[in-house]
Design a protein around this ligand. Structure first.
Ligand code: DLL
Length: 438
């Protein structure tokens, strides 16, 4: 079959459903899930009782705002299985969050949950142009992290061929891409960038690789970053979003328009709220993303506060999908740095670096010197820049610093460092080192 004869959607009955159909499904699922939570999860029984809400009060998706929020801390307080709504015998998989601070959060899936999650990941592969017969090279980590098995199960559900490479050993990754004729590469954007740089450094023409597309997520990445990866690997790069607490990759996914990710709102209902007041915000406004798991059995969280800062849009998408789209998350509210009182997201720093045509390898260091916050941004030079005179390099540092100041509203010291001296990541990149002892 030629490329454009394959189905354009994995589940058109959902992905292209009318708003009325979706609202009806969401309302039915919400009222059923609230009843299940009330009857099976003591934490929710108590929360709803405190608010004087009975499951019968929730009959439509419009009733959502009556319900309480759930926080990551609630998962920690009920570690490991306290919020599960099914007996352990019904669990077929356990994952855990990749969080580096505090106790990790444990999430469970029934067979039904895994099927829903795999459908989301299969929708993502098809939306990126994938189909039966494609080889899906999965370089996300397998393990308690959801990335590897998420895309793996999505490929299997679609009937494509999963290649479970997992992360690490970049030369071997490239060998497999070459020898196995992979069609899609799935990994974090920072690892895709590293693979792309390594392909270039090995003198391989990316056009000789069969890879057509990449499905990259698990961390924030900018449009400029996308352009760089697309050039380095000669592919189309698609964004995919997910979080362990709700489902792994495939909670939302990009289509050919590459202008935001369609949310699987039949399974995970999204809202944007003001993080300070909890009030709902209108479409197009940035705020905190909140999800309610209306299509899950084991861990059906109500109004889960993701901490991701993002916006929703219901504008018509040219791909034909009607599912609401979320913009690229700007980052997490807990990744936000407060430098001398000014809020700075690492993604803003990345935007400045890449719009100035610099390398995408950088590290933000924050320290407190004489009671004053000092932000230093280390950026790798290209080999060509490295041969410039010290005076040229200093002049460039000054120019970058000026742009940073005008975009971020706070000054930053710029240090251009030797090529290939900053650590590369095979999973989620570490972009910030906060050395302040507060
Ligand atoms: O990162 C799940 C995943 C795996 C998503 C593979 C996509 C691909 P966690 O480790 O629980 O789960 O981390 C979830 O990562 O709240 C966001 O802050 C961030 N994140 C995930 N996808 C994106 C994305 C996986 N596309 C946290 N853009 C989320 C920006 C993302 N941030």
């Amino acid at each position: 079959m030629s490329e454009n004869q394959y189905p354009k959607y994995f589940q058109p009955e959902i992905e292209c459903a009318s708003r009325e159909e979706l609202t009806k499904l969401q309302s039915e699922r919400l009222s059923a899930m609230v009843k299940r939570c009330y009857e099976n999860v003591p934490f929710y029984t108590q929360k709803l009782d405190e608010l004087g809400i009975k499951p019968e009060d929730i009959t439509s998706i419009d009733d959502l705002s009556k319900l309480p929020f759930t926080y990551k801390q609630d998962l920690r307080d009920n570690y490991p299985y306290g919020l599960f709504a099914v007996p352990n015998e019904e669990l077929v998989r356990i994952h855990a969050s990749s969080g580096t601070t505090g106790k990790q959060t444990v999430v469970g899936y029934t067979r039904y949950d895994l099927d829903g999650w795999a459908s989301g990941a299969a929708r993502a592969i098809v939306a990126a142009g994938g189909h039966v017969g494609d080889k899906i090279h999965v370089s996300y980590g397998y393990g308690l992290f959801t990335g590897g098995l998420g895309l793996h199960d999505g490929a299997t559900k679609l009937g494509a061929t999963a290649i479970p490479v997992s992360s690490g050993n970049t030369a071997r990754q490239i060998q497999i891409l070459q020898d196995f004729d992979s069609d899609f590469l799935c990994c974090t954007p920072s690892y895709a960038m590293f693979i792309g740089e390594t392909v270039r450094d090995m003198g391989i023409d990316p056009k000789t690789l069969t890879v057509r597309g990449g499905i990259f997520g698990a961390e924030a990445w900018s449009e400029e970053y996308r352009q760089k990866i697309q050039e380095l690997l000669d592919i189309k790069a698609y964004d995919i979003y997910g979080l362990s607490e709700i489902a792994g990759p495939g909670v939302s996914y990009e289509c050919e328009e590459q202008t935001g990710m369609h949310v699987c709102e039949d399974l995970y209902y999204p809202e944007i709220i003001d993080p300070d007041t909890g009030e709902s915000l209108p479409d197009g406004t940035y705020g905190e993303l909140v999800f309610t798991c209306i299509g899950k059995e084991a861990l059906p969280l109500i109004r889960y506060r993701t901490r991701d800062i993002c916006m929703l849009t219901r504008e018509k998408c040219s791909c034909g999908r009607t599912l609401v789209k979320m913009g690229k998350p700007h980052g997490r509210s807990d990744d936000m740095l407060i430098i001398r009182g000014v809020n700075v997201f690492p993604s803003q720093v990345e935007h400045v670096i890449l719009t100035l045509g610099l390398e995408p390898n950088y590290l933000i260091e924050v320290d407190r010197i004489n009671n004053l916050d000092v932000m230093t941004v280390k950026i790798e030079m290209t080999p060509e820049m490295f041969s410039d005179t010290v005076r040229d390099i200093e002049a460039l540092e000054k120019r970058i610093s000026g742009t940073m100041q005008s975009v971020l509203g706070v000054s930053a010291k710029i240090r251009l460092v030797e090529p290939k001296t900053l650590a590369r990541s095979e999973g989620k990149a570490v972009r910030v080192k906060d050395l302040r002892k507060i």
